[in-house]
Design a protein around this ligand. Structure first.
Ligand SMILES: Nc1ncnc2c1ncn2[C@@H]1O[C@H](COP(=O)(O)OP(=O)(O)OP(=O)(O)O)[C@@H](O)[C@H]1O
Ligand code: SF4
Ligand SMILES: [Mg+2]
Length: 327
């Protein structure tokens, strides 16, 4: 596993769903994640980008075993955790945590900040008595920039940014090694976003945390990530080290996606704007044959309808899945 903390190999997560118009009809298969591979080393951030519905959250939730994967393998610290029973997986519930997009719904409104942050300490038996637990809660609250007098208050008494700090403290309480950050700043004002990103970076440096950082915001992902993966319709279509990816986009979808971002440089912006994404994302219930992007790709040829290109190294670990890109 090349010393990776997290290794994801050919991960598949399919959901059986029923058409709302025919509850008694046959179940159909929705391929939310359809063969995704990547790895994350300790102290590193892997940014995951792609349009809404491409499967980013499902990747994160499947790694954390909130879903049982349909196929593929997940390794953590060199151990295959894909098929562990809930009991066997329990220790990993401590080391693998999640920070959610919406700090308004992810915190229980009936619990105080102290109860929210203290819960993982008790569940994972990280403290031996109430005094120790209270002391640790005070430490965590201070680490995320909140005050002692916040401990007895309820989530509704806080701003969005403060709630996200509570969410981060809860995630850090169990001393994790890996955190899925699912759009952690998307719901926040721009000025607050930077504070939360700085906090996440600070904790990464302090504790050597690995992050899977999911976001729509390509500039935030560029800022925080060491490596970036681009998803389209349940597939990973390109991944590379951050500067390589943003400086040398190879996949037609990545180029289109990035061209939708307003660039600071007007000349670059003009060049990029020539590539526009046309048409809607196809349904993951009925994806196109061959390459998933072919219905919107200007470079598509006959082979693209026949075979889904596999991810291949185009040089120095820059992985691309496109019939038109070769090493
Ligand atoms: N529990 C579920 N049951 C059935 N379908 C699901 C479930 N969770 C997600 N899906 C479907 O799987 C696909 C991927 O969803 P997912 O939430 O992972 O996308 P996403 O990339 O995180 O999107 P967004 O950017 O909007 O958050 C979507 O078509 C979604 O409707
Ligand atoms: S494989 Fe074909 S359809 Fe897919 S991105 Fe490449 S050129 Fe476009
Ligand atoms: Mg999502």
């Amino acid at each position: 596993m090349n010393g990776e903390l997290l290794g994801v190999r050919d991960l598949k997560m399919y959901f059986g769903i029923r058409d709302v118009s025919s509850w008694f009809g046959p179940r159909r298969i929705l391929k939310a994640v359809d063969g995704v591979s990547f790895g994350i080393g300790r102290g590193r951030t892997f940014g995951l980008v792609g349009e809404s519905g491409c499967g980013k959250t499902t990747v994160g939730r499947t790694i954390l075993r909130l879903y049982r994967p349909t196929g593929g393998e997940i390794f953590f610290g060199g151990t295959d955790i894909t098929s562990l029973s809930e009991g066997e997986f329990f220790p990993y519930r401590r080391t693998m945590q999640m920070i959610f997009q919406d700090p308004f719904t992810s915190l229980d409104p009936r619990q105080t900040v102290g109860e929210i942050i203290g819960a993982p300490l008790s569940v994972h038996k990280l403290v031996s008595n109430r005094a120790e637990r209270n002391e640790r809660v005070r430490e965590l609250v201070s680490m995320v920039g909140l005050r002692n007098d916040h401990i007895g208050r309820y989530p509704h008494e806080f701003s969005g940014g403060q709630r996200q700090r509570i969410g981060i403290a809860r995630a850090l309480a169990s001393m994790p090694e890996f955190i899925v950050c699912d759009e952690p700043v998307s719901a926040l004002d721009v000025s607050i976003q930077a504070q939360i990103i700085n906090l996440l970076e600070e904790f990464q440096d302090m504790f050597g945390l690995a992050y899977l950082f999911i976001s729509h915001d390509l500039s935030v992902v560029r800022h925080i990530s060491h490596r970036v993966g681009v998803m389209y319709l349940g597939n990973m279509v390109e991944s590379a080290e951050v500067n390589e990816l943003y400086g040398n986009m190879l996949h037609p979808y990545t180029k289109s996606l990035m061209s939708a971002v307003p660039a600071a440089d007007p000349i670059a912006a003009k060049a990029l704007r020539r590539i526009i994404l046309e048409g809607d994302v196809p349904s993951p219930i009925d994806p196109p044959s061959g390459c998933p992007f072919r219905t919107r790709c200007r470079e598509a040829s006959d082979v693209c309808a026949e075979r889904n290109p596999r991810m291949a190294d185009a040089g120095a670990g820059h992985m691309v899945a496109c019939h038109n890109v070769t090493a």
